[in-house]
Design a protein. Structure first.
Length: 540
């Protein structure tokens, strides 16, 4: 918001208004000017210094937004026409279960909220207040249930966000629109707050589905089995062979199994990769009947730990999964350990390949992106496109037929481009150069800020272009950090920095490593989860 408290005129008046009206990411698409001096009547005079074609459409009365608001309101409300009781939040959320329906609703809601934010506090917009609050609450509950981070309010104006937040508090629905972990006490509170067994079963189903997707690659044997059982329960319900109460009971049983699995790796002293290897060994060499009373298969636990130690040095090497000679050495060591432990020859051939792929998973972690929705649309590198820098949205402004370096000014990244058929590639190269330059400045600063707390000397820092990891370190004490991480909020940049600093003292990802990370950064688990959620959108 800007204030006019001086007798401005002509270009100085237009310049002042333009500064206030400058967009800033998705959260600011226009500005508001409070005219204390009464100079707004001279705007038309100020425009006369330009040609008619240059200023065509520069002034648009706000009344023109009202028909657009009415149309956008109708489009958003249309999604819930078939819901008999608008106060049945669960029924409305169920409408948005298909992913394509959610995406279409999200677009309609954003357009409606944009028009509302533009008109408020105009009294003509008050008739749509209640529906905006209602739609916002549905959207928040759908985001929480389906773990769909695209349904946030980051692109909505401040007035709209406050309206929706106030509605949630006033209606006492905070727990229903909050995304909570499957095993937290808040999840149980959330399920209890739902009115029907059908609603509770739906909430439980999607929370379990999300948990399986996140952890599937950690232990495929266990989580794939659980996924099949989940699908069987859903199909039984679809065929009406189960009522909602029985479905809820079966889903609760699955939740308890998941909960036990989450602590089992720690109980037997293995990290995520070692525990995944343990699960594969259990398929090939089950626990003898005489030892069934034992909490775990000690022989397979020890072998999994040995295999984990064998592959760790290879996974610390840069781009090891692309180097055939390194993979051959890894497979040779794996086979030697498997044979020495008495695994049958036929099983050795299949297991060594699986263990190698499991090691690749732990480093790449690319498949995890599948649990956070589809990849973002490919970047076009055109004016108006949104980019992220340290978690904040900026817009791209391409200047054809100009030379020079990209510069960030007033919410826009200005990129000169010589033009011609390679303009898109040229813009991309200029944007990458800008990011790499800023990463080279900021990332060593973050390493210096955290290294004393991690208890390590200042390492050499290299800004890298790795496609499949955020960072790495070698035995010489050099840390490589991916320039793309500079797009993320600083708290996530710091997580990657701490992750690599602690690796200078602890090579693997065992219990000692994560305990050390926890001492340096107590909320590292939350930061790691946030990075997993937003990371897919940064990898371009």
């Amino acid at each position: 918001m800007g204030y006019l408290d001086a007798p401005l005129k002509e270009h100085t008046l237009l310049q002042a208004i333009a500064r206030v009206n400058r967009p800033h990411g998705d959260e600011k698409t226009y500005g508001l000017v409070v005219d204390y001096w009464g100079v707004s009547a001279k705007i038309q005079d100020a425009l006369t210094i330009f040609s008619t074609t240059d200023v065509q459409g520069a002034l648009t009365p706000s009344v023109d937004e009202l028909p657009r608001l009415q149309s956008r309101h109708a489009a958003a409300m249309r999604f819930f026409q078939a819901v008999a009781d608008p106060n049945n939040l669960n029924a409305c959320v169920q409408v948005l279960e298909p992913e394509d329906v959610r995406a279409a609703f999200d677009l309609a809601f954003r357009r409606f909220s944009q028009s509302m934010d533009m008109l408020l506090p105009d009294p003509r917009a008050l008739a749509y207040h209640a529906d905006l609050r209602w739609l916002g609450k549905i959207r928040g509950a759908a985001r929480a249930r389906y773990h769909d981070d695209r349904l946030d309010l980051s692109g909505c104006g401040e007035k709209v966000r406050k309206l929706i937040a106030d509605a949630v508090v006033a209606d006492g629905d905070q727990v229903l629109v909050k995304e909570v972990q499957l095993f937290s006490p808040e999840f149980e509170e959330k399920v209890e707050a739902l009115r029907t067994d059908e609603a509770k079963a739906s909430e439980m189903e999607h929370a379990i589905r999300h948990e399986i997707s996140v952890h599937l690659e950690e232990n495929p044997a266990f989580y794939q089995s659980l996924r099949e059982r989940l699908e069987a329960i859903i199909e039984e319900r679809r065929q009406e062979r189960l009522d909602a109460a029985r479905q809820l009971s079966l889903l609760n049983s699955l939740r308890e199994e998941l909960k036990g699995e989450q602590t089992r790796a720690q109980d037997i002293g293995l990290d995520a990769r070692g525990f995944a290897i343990y699960g594969l060994l259990e398929e090939q060499r089950p626990m003898p009947v005489r030892e069934h009373a034992a909490p775990y298969n000690a022989a397979n636990r020890d072998l999994a730990s040995l295999l984990d130690e064998e592959v760790t040095p290879f996974t610390e090497l840069v781009d090891w999964w692309q180097k055939d000679d390194l993979q051959r050495q890894m497979r040779s060591k794996i086979k030697r350990q498997l044979r020495a432990s008495g695994i049958e020859a036929e099983a050795v051939e299949s297991l060594d390949g699986i263990v190698t792929r499991k090691a690749e998973w732990i480093v790449q972690r690319l498949r995890r992106a599948e649990s956070y929705g589809p990849l973002l649309s490919p970047r076009e590198f055109i004016s108006g496109e949104s980019i992220l820098y340290l978690g904040r949205h900026y817009r791209l402004k391409v200047h054809p037929n100009e030379a020079g370096d990209a510069k960030l000014r007033g919410g826009w990244l200005h990129v000169p481009a010589p033009g011609g058929p390679r303009q898109t590639a040229q813009v991309r190269e200029a944007v990458v150069r800008w990011f790499r330059r800023h990463a080279a400045e900021r990332l060593p600063e973050r390493v210096a800020a955290w290294r004393s707390k991690a208890g390590v000397p200042m390492p050499r820092v290299i800004v890298s272009n790795q496609r499949k990891r955020w960072g790495s370190c070698d035995r010489n004490g050099t840390i490589r950090l991916n320039w793309r991480i500079i797009q993320a909020p600083m708290r996530l940049v710091d997580y990657v920095v701490v992750h690599e600093l602690v690796h200078l003292r602890h090579r693997g990802h065992g219990r000692d490593y994560w305990q050390a990370v926890g001492r340096v950064m107590p909320d590292h688990e939350r930061r790691r989860e946030d990075l997993r959620r937003c990371g897919v959108g940064l990898a371009w």
